[in-house]
Design a protein around this ligand. Structure first.
Ligand SMILES: Cc1ncc(COP(=O)(O)O)c(C=O)c1O
Length: 452
């Protein structure tokens, strides 16, 4: 039996994964001795879980828009878990981390430190309105947990309204307000008082507005707020990362409904904040300001784990409660990375880059969609882009097998991205990507779409 075959069988025999034929075919071609050994060790030492372990491949380095595997193959990374606003390993961020490591590597509780203070002040100055009060956390899920607690404490109410299909993290509180079955099913009772409503997705809208959206889904949020009562907050992703882009007046209507019924509005911009959509914060596209904003992922420059909850001044009301109390809540190294990241975003004009490069990419994708029937929809804002593959544009039958085939065909040609909801090619490159690299990725996709 060949080494390749043994490696694949080893993965397959782990028993708790259904490796698709496309994944197996890819592995057969690409898994050599060193990669196979690392994958086997990974599979042996980590608890297996959905969407995580066993892994597909092994990374050796990541720089700028690119990742490189153990065997030296390079991929333009249009996935990056959305930590790569400033690209991977940005030299300014790396230098700031190194310098901070030499000065102060940790901040013990009861003490504060300059980088934490400066980052909190910088975020408060960048966010509009009176979004002034910050708490840091070591990850997005933890920051979401703090936001939920703060909403309860500040309003004295306990319910939450959130969206089906949303993701806010994988902890029990976060999956209670999340709406993706893969994270919720089989876990047992979740938080009480979490009501879900349909997201603003006109393609699968239960209110059947069709293309001419009449915001029935936004009105339904108001209906639920009124009927439920006791709602502490509406929590949602400003733009679902898929992406589903809400119509222009959607958030104004939700904002007004929250104000009317005394519920806070928590916006989760963990993957899409900090410039990805062509504005520093995605809610700026909608002319509203949330009561609580949650940032994460790229805030630590794609190197340090760091998230932030930024709340209105008037929400500074929980002085006698522990909202986060995280060991690394004022970690100087993570905060130094955050400060350097914000500086890079400003100095390299990454928000404007995301806007102009995104427009260019969308134009090219729309042209591709005209030539290829399988591309049922192209959508995006800045460098948050999605191609929805459909077998039939009338019935909206999802082209799931085709989407997976395109993904593996793209990997073969050096492009990595995520498929969401089974049929949406979700494309989120580094905001530092060059136009040539972007065009290279689009050319690859164009070719791969021909294969289905
Ligand atoms: C919208 C959204 N919210 C929350 C999270 C959770 O963040 P973390 O994985 O840093 O805990 C994620 C992560 O993918 C996310 O995409």
């Amino acid at each position: 039996m060949s080494e390749h075959r043994r490696g694949i069988d080893a993965l397959k025999s782990e028993g708790d994964v259904n490796l698709s034929p496309h994944r197996l075919a890819w592995s057969k071609e690409h898994v050599n001795e060193a990669t196979k050994n690392a994958l086997q060790e990974d599979s042996r030492h980590f608890l297996h879980q959905s969407l995580s372990t066993p892994c597909l491949n092994v990374l050796a380095s990541a720089q700028g828009s690119w990742i490189q595997d153990l065997e030296g193959r390079r991929y333009l990374d249009f996935h990056g878990n959305n930590v790569h606003q400033v690209g991977f390993g940005h030299p300014r961020v790396v230098a700031a981390i190194k310098q901070q490591l030499d000065e102060l590597s940790f901040c013990t509780r009861r003490y504060t430190c300059r980088p934490a203070i400066e980052l909190a002040a910088r975020l408060a100055s960048l966010t509009p309105g009176d979004l002034n009060r910050v708490l840091f956390a070591p990850g997005g899920t933890s920051a979401i947990g703090m936001a939920l607690k703060l909403a309860r404490v500040a309003t004295g109410k306990f319910k939450f309204v959130s969206m089906w299909e949303a993701f806010h993290g994988a902890s029990l509180d976060a999956i209670s307000v999340g709406g993706e079955a893969v994270f919720r099913k089989g876990i047992g009772p979740l938080l009480p008082g979490c009501e879900h409503v349909p997201p603003p997705d006109n393609r699968h809208c239960p209110f059947k507005c069709g293309q001419a959206c009449n915001l029935a889904c936004a009105d339904y949020v108001e209906y639920v707020l009124e009927r439920e009562g006791d709602v502490a907050a509406v929590i949602a992703e400003t733009i679902r990362c898929t992406p589903f882009i809400p119509p222009p007046d959607y958030w104004k209507r939700i904002r007004a409904a929250c104000d009317k019924h005394g519920a806070l509005l928590i916006l989760d911009e963990i993957p899409i904040g900090l410039g990805r959509t062509g504005r520093l914060f995605a809610f700026e596209h909608y002319g509203i300001v949330p009561d609580i904003l949650v940032l994460g992922k790229g805030l630590g420059g794609g190197i340090m784990p760091l998230a932030a909850m930024i709340a209105r001044e008037s929400l500074n009301v929980a002085g006698d409660k522990a909202l986060g109390h995280y060991t690394h809540e004022k970690n100087p190294v993570a905060c130094a990375a955050g400060l350097a990241t914000l500086q890079v975003i400003e100095e390299e004009k990454l928000v404007e880059r995301a806007r102009t490069l995104g427009e260019h990419a969308l134009e090219r994708f729309r042209e591709i969609a005209q030539r290829k029937r399988i591309v049922g929809d192209v959508r995006g804002l800045g460098l948050l882009m999605g191609l929805e593959l459909l077998r039939d544009t009338k019935t909206l039958e999802r082209a799931t097998d085709e989407a997976e085939r395109v993904m593996y065909a793209a990997l073969r040609r050096g492009l990595n991205f995520k498929v969401t909801m089974g049929n949406i090619l979700t494309l989120t490159p580094a905001l530092t990507i060059s136009r040539e690299e972007l065009d290279q990725a689009i050319d690859i996709l164009d070719e791969c779409l021909d294969e289905v």
